[in-house]
Write a protein of this length. Structure first.
Length: 507
């Protein structure tokens, strides 16, 4: 008798794999989402506790924030499968406010930051992502991989020697198991295996429970006890604004990274206001706020293969169940298991292609400089916003310097003696960097009585160029030379008509 075999699932496009409805109808893909959510939840617990300590608040604020952020963003966000929770970047930004004014002002700042993120999202701040060059993105990814690895180093210093073989075993599992099977996420196998070893062998090593006390109740509504005055706003506004920008930047950069990993596109505007709404919800439940987490997102997407909002939602739900209902069991998980998982994430996140000798030989030095400067600043400051800002600034300066050299000025003298005309043909894009040297490219004293400046091969982009052109014509007039500017395109004519002669001497 012939055996019946179940038909294979039809091949799906990357966009179709993000469908929640289609995943719920596929047991295989649903299992992947469920297990991915469980792995992420286990990885979130020690991180949330550690970030709470950095911020100077009770660990429950970080754990509750991770629950509410993950569950909220699963419905509100624009990037499926991305994990949002309490983060180190937010903790670093907000910690001084906790120290100076206490938790109530801190929660008020989280709520205000959420409001600001909604305003920024609806005003189109996500569109600014197009101005972040690829080299900055590569630097951002590499810097985060380094920071993820560095964050695990303290867990390997001053610990019992048994931690080291446990970490090595965990690394063997997370790197080796996918070569044999992908039926179960390798990070989950590593966590379960190392926990069983340490419990059954009664090995005394640092555990999740050593990081802080886990909550034993559900989060409840919380209204910060702060006066609704202008003085309060002046206290919390700077911190809220910094938190809003840092959170959006990290979330949008992470969303772009997931887009690349999954070969799909996401709604960055929805993600922006979704992050704001999630932070408002988190604040009113007494959480410390947060944003997208690249480490846990890479565990979810890259290590576990999740693609839908189901994994994000379940990560939050499992987190709450684990810490409230199964807290005693979760507390037994050795930190060595989570260190191995995070080292794996660090290695998987780093763009190794970007530092290969073959890549560095063919890559323009300016691109490499931008990438390196982004990495150095992020690692040095532990602040992604500053690092990305510096990277973009370096890229702008190097781009302007490179483009400035593309402007050429060619001189040609025609006509009989006594009626000669000097024609200057200007070619290239004229803006503040390239137009500054334009003034020196003309032979004012040697030119005949008439000069034609042919601008048909160029474009005027800013007031600096108009000022330079005014200075050139003014100097020719002082020499008694007639100047005619020709070939300007319509946009350049409009700009010159509006600004010409109104910007001062210029030179």
């Amino acid at each position: 008798m012939a055996m019946k075999t179940s038909p294979a699932e039809p091949a799906l496009t990357p966009e179709q794999r993000q469908s929640v409805r289609a995943t719920l109808r596929s047991p295989r893909r649903l299992k992947t989402e469920v297990l991915a959510g469980l792995v992420v939840a286990l990885a979130l617990i020690p991180e949330a506790i550690a970030f709470s300590i950095i911020a100077g608040v009770d660990p429950r604020l970080g754990l509750f924030a991770s629950f509410t952020m993950a569950v909220s963003i699963a419905f509100l966000g624009g990037r499926p499968a991305m994990i949002s929770a309490a983060t180190g970047a937010i903790a670093l930004v907000i910690a001084p406010l906790v120290a100076s004014h206490g938790v109530d002002y801190f929660i008020a700042a989280v709520i205000l930051a959420g409001i600001l993120q909604i305003v920024l999202g609806l005003s189109g701040v996500a569109r600014l992502m197009r101005f972040i060059p690829r080299s900055v993105m590569v630097g951002f990814v590499n810097a985060l991989a380094i920071l993820i690895f560095m964050s695990q180093v303290p867990e390997l210093i001053g610990v019992p020697w048994l931690v080291y073989p446990l970490v090595i075993l965990g690394l063997v599992i997370v790197f080796g198991l996918p070569r044999l099977t992908r039926a179960v996420p390798a990070p989950l196998v590593a966590i379960v295996a190392l926990t069983l070893i340490t419990v059954l062998a009664a090995v005394a090593v640092p555990t999740v429970g050593d990081k802080g006390e886990l909550p034993d109740s559900l989060p409840s509504l919380f209204f910060p006890n702060v006066p609704l005055t202008l003085e309060t706003l002046q206290v919390i506004a700077p911190f809220a604004l910094a938190m809003a920008f840092v959170g959006l930047l990290e979330s949008l950069m992470t969303a772009k990274l997931v887009d690349d990993v999954t070969d799909t596109r996401s709604n960055k505007t929805r993600e922006s206001w979704g992050q704001g709404a999630a932070n408002i919800i988190t604040g009113f439940f007494g959480g410390m706020g947060g944003c997208a987490m690249i480490g846990q997102t890479m565990i979810n997407v890259k290590a576990s293969g999740a693609r839908t909002r189901i994994s994000t939602f379940l990560a939050g739900v499992f987190l709450l169940i684990l810490v409230v209902v199964l807290g005693d069991i979760v507390a037994l998980i050795p930190m060595a298991a989570l260190v191995a998982v995070m080292i794996f994430v660090s290695v998987a996140t780093f763009d190794w292609h970007s530092i290969r000798p073959a890549t560095l030989r063919i890559m323009p030095k300016s691109e490499t400089s931008v990438m390196v400067s982004t990495v150095v600043v992020v690692v040095a400051t532990h602040n992604l916003a500053i690092g990305v800002g510096v990277g973009v600034l370096v890229a702008m300066v190097l781009f302007a310097r490179r483009v400035a050299h593309f402007v050429t000025v060619e001189r040609q003298v025609t006509g009989p003696d006594g009626a000669q005309v000097a024609t200057y043909k200007v070619t290239g894009e004229l803006f503040f960097a390239s137009s500054n040297d334009l003034y020196t490219q003309f032979d004012y004293a040697l030119d005949p009585a008439k000069v034609v400046i042919d601008m048909s091969g160029s474009h005027l982009w800013d007031a600096s160029t108009i000022a330079s052109l005014d200075a050139i014509t003014e100097k020719y007039h002082r020499h008694g030379t007639q100047v005619e500017v020709t070939g300007l395109n319509d946009a350049s004519v409009l700009m010159r008509d509006r600004l010409g002669g109104r910007l001062g001497a210029g030179h």
